[in-house]
Each structure stands twice: as structure tokens, then as C-alpha cells.
Design a protein around this ligand. Structure first.
Ligand code: UDP
Ligand code: MG
Length: 317
């Protein structure tokens, strides 16, 4: 049997503190996988520099010069984690049989890759890395992140619980992913739509080895909102439900108003009137906002702007 060529794909944004620590660990891992006969000798590591403002690209270039297993691509500007990851996956799929995407900060346990490769060699096209516990995350990060998965589910987006973007994908799964042309990316929601046989591998998540999180709460919230509005129309359905309920309640109020008029005590209703008007006004604005969100999505999809532009690669030098 011909061994598969594996590429580990790693998006990096301002990671000069952590890259020198984790890059040798990834190299060691890939050599270990090769020696176990789990992947081919030509396997390697692909870094994607997502428009970093620090010395990340210099580090990647030096790594590529020092060892042929290291490769790098440089995006023309910062496009965000999801786009950077997609750029790496789409680039790697042309010269490898299987990819594993992982963050560059050492938080995800690289030893789970052995099991991922075994599952791949057993016929799985997608293997999700799933966190078994989050002891090392702060209480805030843990509750917001777990709330995120539950909220996504409620909003109609199927994701794998506690799985981020640490996953193995085969070449044909990547080719399937390439056919999803949407500009607003949420890979965790899109990859399950590609289909094929998939499974999960569990691992414990560690603390970042160096540097700071590039995913503050605001970016996480953004990712969640983008995920929901890109993959589900449930919020629009919820609006319809709210509208129906409000219409029913309004009907009851009309009946009440008529009865009150007949009874002759109409002046007393001022407070409830103002209350109802404010409530309905608020709900309408909120619903308009959600609809606007979807119109905004359509707007950016229609423009079909490129998701990333590759400025250069380490192969060119
Ligand atoms: N990242 C990126 N572009 C960005 C933000 C982050 O490529 O605009 C990368 C980052 O370098 C890291 C990964 O995405 O490899 C996850 O980021 P981070 O570890 O900061 O997120 P957290 O683990 O805190 O959610
Ligand atoms: Mg991290």
C-alpha cells in the first residue's frame, strides 16, 4: 500500500513568541508519524502567515530554509483565522493526500494525530479533534465557548460539540469543501455538510505555550454570529414566530380596548399603551436588524470577493 502524504496546516497571526517553540514540536511529530509508517516520507508542515505585523513571516522563511519539511504561504493581508486556514488547506490539497489543521500555539495535543492518521488509514475522510475537558481555559473562556456550541445548535447550525478547527481531512473531502463557494466562512459548520465517513478523536486541551489569544470575546461573538447567519435561516423563522405571538397578543389588546371603551374608562389605559408601543417598536427593530444581517450576507456573497490572496510562498525563493 502506498503511504499517504500528510501535511499539517497551521494558520499563524502575530505568533513570533510561540512559533519557535511549537515548530520543532510539529516537525518531531511528523517524523514520528513517518517512522511509525502512518504517513509518507514526503509529508510536511505548511504555515499560513495571515498578514502578521510582527516577525512571523521571517521565522517561517527561516524554518523553510532550515528544513525541507517546512513550507509557508504568505497572505497579502490579515483575513482572519477561517480564511487563513482555508487558504492553507486549498494550497496543500494540490500536493498531499491528507491534511491535519491545527493552531500554532500548542494548545491542541499533537499526539492525537497518531489516532487521526489511524482512523484515516481505516477509511475515514474527516476526523474531528474534540476536547475532552477544558480545565486549563479560564472560567470565562470555558463558559462562553461551551455556551457558543449550545447557542449554535439552538439556532440551527450543526457543529461537533467542543471541536474547533483541529481536524483531519482527506483530499477528496477537501475537494468537496472547495465546491462550497460561500464567502462567509464557518468551517466547523461547513465541513459536516461535505459528508463522507467521519469520526472523532478526543484529547485534552492545554494552555497556550506563549503569546496571547488572538481570539478575544468580540471575535468569538463575531464568529458565532457569522456561523449562524451563514448556515441557518432559523433566526428568520423565530422572527415569524415572535410576529405571530405579537399579533395574537395585539388582538387580545384590541378586544380589551373595545371593552374598555364601551365601559367608558378609556383614559386610564395610557401607561399600558405606551408600554405596548415601546415593546412592539423594540421587537420590530430587533427583527429588522436580523433581516438586515441576512441582507448584508447576501450583499457580500453577491460580490464574490476573493477570500484570500496569496502574496508569496516559500517555494518561490
Ligand atoms: N489566527 C489567524 N488569524 C487571525 C487570528 C488568529 O490565523 O486573525 C490563528 C492564530 O495564529 C492561531 C489560531 O488562529 O494559530 C487560533 O488563534 P488563538 O490561539 O489566538 O485562539 P484561541 O485558541 O484563543 O481561541
Ligand atoms: Mg489558541
Amino acid at each position: 500500500m502506498k503511504l499517504p502524504v500528510l501535511y499539517i496546516v497551521i494558520p499563524c497571526y502575530n505568533e513570533q513568541e510561540v512559533l519557535p517553540i511549537t515548530a520543532p514540536l510539529f516537525l518531531e511529530k511528523i517524523e514520528n508519524l513517518i517512522s511509525q509508517g502512518l504517513c509518507a516520507e514526503q509529508s510536511g508542515i505548511l504555515f499560513v502567515n495571515d498578514g502578521s505585523k510582527d516577525g512571523t513571516w521571517d521565522i517561517i522563511e527561516n524554518l523553510a530554509a532550515s528544513n525541507r519539511r517546512y513550507k509557508g504561504i504568505k497572505l497579502s493581508r490579515n483575513r482572519g483565522h477561517q480564511n487563513a486556514l482555508l487558504a492553507g488547506l486549498m494550497h496543500a490539497k494540490d500536493y498531499c493526500d491528507v491534511t491535519i489543521s491545527i493552531d500554532c500555539d500548542g494548545q491542541d495535543d499533537i499526539n492525537a494525530m497518531d489516532e487521526m492518521m489511524r482512523q484515516y488509514n481505516d477509511g475515514c475522510d474527516v476526523v474531528y479533534g474534540v476536547r475532552s475537558k477544558r480545565d486549563t481555559d479560564t472560567f470565562f473562556k470555558r463558559t462562553t465557548a461551551e455556551g457558543f456550541y449550545k447557542f449554535m445548535k439552538f439556532m440551527g447550525v450543526e457543529t461537533v460539540f467542543n471541536h474547533a478547527d483541529y481536524r483531519l481531512m482527506s483530499k477528496r473531502a477537501l475537494e468537496g469543501l472547495a465546491q462550497f463557494k460561500e464567502v462567509n466562512l464557518f468551517l466547523r459548520g461547513t465541513v459536516p455538510l461535505v459528508g463522507y465517513k467521519s469520526t472523532s478523536v478526543y484529547y485534552e486541551r492545554n494552555e497556550r505555550l506563549a503569546g496571547e489569544s488572538k481570539y478575544p470575546f468580540s471575535k468569538m461573538l463575531n464568529l458565532a454570529l457569522n456561523g449562524i447567519t451563514s448556515l441557518s435561516v432559523k433566526p428568520l423563522r423565530y422572527i415569524t414566530t415572535i410576529g405571530l405571538v405579537m399579533a395574537f397578543v395585539s388582538f387580545l389588546f384590541i378586544v380589551w380596548a373595545i371593552v374598555a371603551r364601551i365601559m367608558g374608562n378609556t383614559v386610564a389605559g395610557w401607561t399600558s399603551m405606551v408600554g405596548i408601543m415601546a415593546l412592539i417598536g423594540g421587537i420590530q427593530l430587533f427583527c429588522l436588524g436580523i433581516i438586515g444581517e441576512y441582507i448584508g450576507k447576501i450583499y457580500s456573497e453577491v460580490k464574490q470577493r476573493p477570500k484570500y490572496i496569496i502574496e508569496k510562498t516559500t517555494d518561490e525563493d
